[in-house]
Design a protein around this ligand. Structure first.
Ligand code: SAH
Length: 389
């Protein structure tokens, strides 16, 4: 089995495509077998202190995605063009006008259906490169696992969204769970979905989700794991491995909206968290005060740049980068700082192993814990615990 390599730098920003669904016709049991074999093969050449732990299974392997990015296209029906929502076909610029899938939560699918119908009835068309009329590019929906609340994002070409108030009223009448609607305004042709100014059209611009007893603000532009049930297991297992105590100093790199940082802050003396996305950092700071957590500091910076210049002691380093993994400069900074333990969470095992190999002479691979975060796709989430020799 090969994990699909894509150009995604930040999963939050790029198109969802059918590449994600390569295991659609494989039984869940078989998927787990293939994923376990894949992890075993990948780690074969490495010396691990204990057996690779069994992959953590999903209790609900279908309809788990709480974030869906659909893209708009125009299809001909009864001699007339009409807007359809769907997903990109892998490695093409073509959109398949079907958004139903085994992956996404039914409430999101249902909402997309209603939005599509209402946009059609109101004669909206999809933006097509080179044509001046259509405006809709993407419709993205996030759902709070805790409350069922929905955040809807319309990505449009240009600022104009005719009758947005009435349109949102009609959509909310069908789907009262929609608590906020955001427009992202684009003026260029870009493959980054969430690029552009964001304008709140309805509600506060965010929804709230809960992890354990902490609450988190989810906004249009910041990263949040797409599978909440597996996310909880991922985080709990990561902290079991990290075994952080009240005297320890923690650095959380690639911290997003501060999920791991705040969970760590409850166990540690203090936490410093680093994240490049300005919206995510803003959310993270608000999440800390929302939860009355004071022993955490959020810094907007490139993780490698930050770590290279960091002077304090680091007991535990948490790393959760996008698929590209970390840079050589980041590795060099680890070699200088020498944290006692590193918990490396990754959604792309090949780059994770590449990075770990660079630290082989300094760190033992204490534990490997895969998590089935993305059932019915070839992707695997994996936690590795490294301890200083
Ligand atoms: N730990 C968080 C987020 C992980 S996703 C969680 O579990 O929710 C990876 C995060 O890394 C994203 O928020 C992305 O914006 C951020 N990121 C990507 N490249 C970065 C870089 N070079 N420096 C710092 N943060 C980066």
């Amino acid at each position: 089995m090969k994990q699909v390599h894509s150009q995604h730098v930040d999963d939050e920003s790029y198109f969802d495509s059918y590449e994600e669904t390569s295991f659609l016709k494989t039984s869940y049991e078989e998927q787990i077998k293939l994923k376990s074999q894949y992890i075993n093969t990948q780690f074969q050449s490495l010396d691990i202190k204990s057996d690779i732990k069994p992959i953590i299974l999903a209790d609900h392997p279908q309809h788990y995605r709480h974030k869906v990015t659909s893209s708009a296209t125009n299809t001909k029906a009864n001699g007339k063009w009409q807007l359809k929502l769907g997903f990109y076909i892998e490695n093409t610029h073509k959109i398949k006008p079907v958004f139903e899938s085994i992956l996404q939560h039914k409430a999101i699918e249902n909402t997309l259906k209603n939005i599509e119908t209402i946009l059609q009835k109101n004669k909206f068309t999809a933006y097509v490169k080179g044509h001046s009329r259509g405006i809709i590019k993407h419709v993205l929906i996030k759902r709070s696992y805790d409350s069922g609340d929905l955040l809807v994002v319309f990505v449009t070409q240009g600022r104009i969204f005719p009758n947005s108030k009435q349109i949102i009223g009609m959509i909310r009448e069908k789907n009262p769970s929609i608590k906020t609607v955001v427009q992202i305004i684009q003026n260029t042709d870009t493959h980054i979905v969430l690029y552009g100014e964001d304008k709140v059209l309805y509600g506060p611009g965010y929804i709230i989700d809960k992890i354990d007893d902490l609450s988190f603000k989810l906004s249009a532009k910041s990263f949040y794991q797409v599978n909440p049930e597996q996310m909880m297991k991922l985080y709990h297992n990561a902290f079991d491995l990290a075994n952080i105590n009240k005297s320890e100093l923690v650095v959380d790199c690639y911290s997003g909206i501060g999920t791991l940082s705040l969970l760590a802050a409850k166990k540690a003396k203090s936490v410093v968290a680093v994240e490049m996305n300005a919206t995510a950092v803003k959310d993270a700071i608000e999440n800390a005060s929302r939860n009355h957590i004071n022993n955490v500091k959020f810094i907007k910076d490139d993780a490698a740049h930050f770590l290279e210049t960091y002077q304090e002691r680091v007991d535990v380093l948490l790393i959760d980068p996008p698929r590209i993994g970390v840079s050589m400069n980041f590795i060099e900074a680890i070699k200088t700082l020498k944290p006692k333990r590193i918990v490396y969470i990754s959604c792309f095992v090949e780059t994770q192993i590449r990075d770990i190999k660079q630290l082989n002479h300094l760190y033992d691979i204490e534990a490997v814990q895969p998590v089935d975060m993305f059932p019915y796709t070839s992707h695997i989430e994996n936690i590795v615990l490294l301890t200083l020799k």
